[in-house]
Design a protein around this ligand. Structure first.
Ligand code: SF4
Length: 292
């Protein structure tokens, strides 16, 4: 069910509704594999509720298709589509937007890559600037390595993996004053290539977790839990003097400051549950923690 609480223009809502995404004739896609099995299990038993405003990132992400279309028109012709992806790679050196399939534990697993140029598999992502300023996202590593495995199993050769990150909130001004900020709106990120045996094993284990009739509840990692912190507070002041990772450090700090100082525990937040889970209204774990 798609709601429109923010009253977005109908053109935008229609564009969201006409989502061309199709996982093909598969039991699970690589994208779905990367979601928590518990969350995916809940989706089968309740109405998924999403607001149009929360689907904007996904809509913007689909602009990647336009980039591929304009950058590699030769790879999307009917003649090329009539060839197998492996033949395209061998004869033309570039393959775009092909959905590939394989069997794992009795399930058909599918995944679609954006482009394979030469032997490099590339995926376009629309992300915020902060998400490229530290370690790359772990899920990118899983996704691209699973796509590589699918490509290899379908007769292709892939030896390099790259995310082309397009920063939707990039600021020219920030780039001028902060050299640690991305200096351009597009950032290529090379992703480590896993050993193929390891990739198969990880894929198998993740498929098995989704096949389980009673998936384990989401872990803190699945729920994107932020760190618990301990705030040193001063009587009469609303903001913390300092936040500490450990209760002991906060207690010692408060004691060193003397009377009128105390420690306030601030538990981490479950960011995915609160903002990015479209079955949170039906999730027993989250409902037990937050009033609905
Ligand atoms: S609300 Fe949180 S715990 Fe529940 S399914 Fe969603 S991510 Fe998992």
């Amino acid at each position: 069910m798609l709601t429109n609480r923010m009253g977005l223009p109908s053109a935008i809502v229609r564009a969201i509704q006409n989502d061309p995404y199709n996982a093909g004739a598969s039991d699970i896609s690589v994208t779905a594999l990367l979601t928590p099995p518990y969350q995916r299990g809940l989706k089968k038993t309740c109405t998924v509720v999403e607001d149009a405003a929360d689907r904007m990132y996904s809509l913007i992400g689909q602009i990647g298709h336009g980039i591929v279309e304009r950058a590699y028109p030769e790879a999307l012709t009917e003649d090329m589509k009539a060839l197998s992806p492996a033949e395209c790679q061998r004869l033309h050196g570039v393959v775009a937007e092909r959905r590939l399939f394989t069997q794992v534990n009795g399930w058909t697993v599918s995944g679609q890559f954006d482009v394979i140029e030469g032997t490099m598999l590339m995926d376009f992502k629309f992300v915020s600037a902060w998400s490229v300023m530290g370690e790359h996202k772990k899920e990118w590593e899983y996704q691209l390595n699973f796509l590589r495995l699918l490509a290899i199993l379908n007769g292709m050769d892939v030896i390099q993996l790259r995310i082309i990150a397009i920063l939707r909130d990039w600021s020219k001004l920030k780039a001028k004053v902060d050299s640690s900020y991305p200096q351009a709106q597009v950032v290529p990120i090379d992703i480590p290539v896993w050993d193929i045996t390891k990739t198969r094993e990880v894929l198998k284990a993740m498929v098995a977790a989704h096949q389980h009739p009673e998936p384990a509840p989401c872990s803190d990692e699945d729920r994107w839990k932020t760190e618990d912190v301990f705030a040193v507070m001063k009587e009469g002041r609303k903001s913390a003097i300092k936040l500490h990772d450990s209760h002991r450090a906060a207690t010692e700090h408060a004691a060193s400051l003397g009377k009128g100082h105390s420690v306030q525990a601030r538990p981490g937040e479950y960011r995915r549950c609160a903002e990015y889970c479209n079955v949170s209204h039906a999730c027993p774990t989250y409902r037990g923690e937050v009033p609905f």
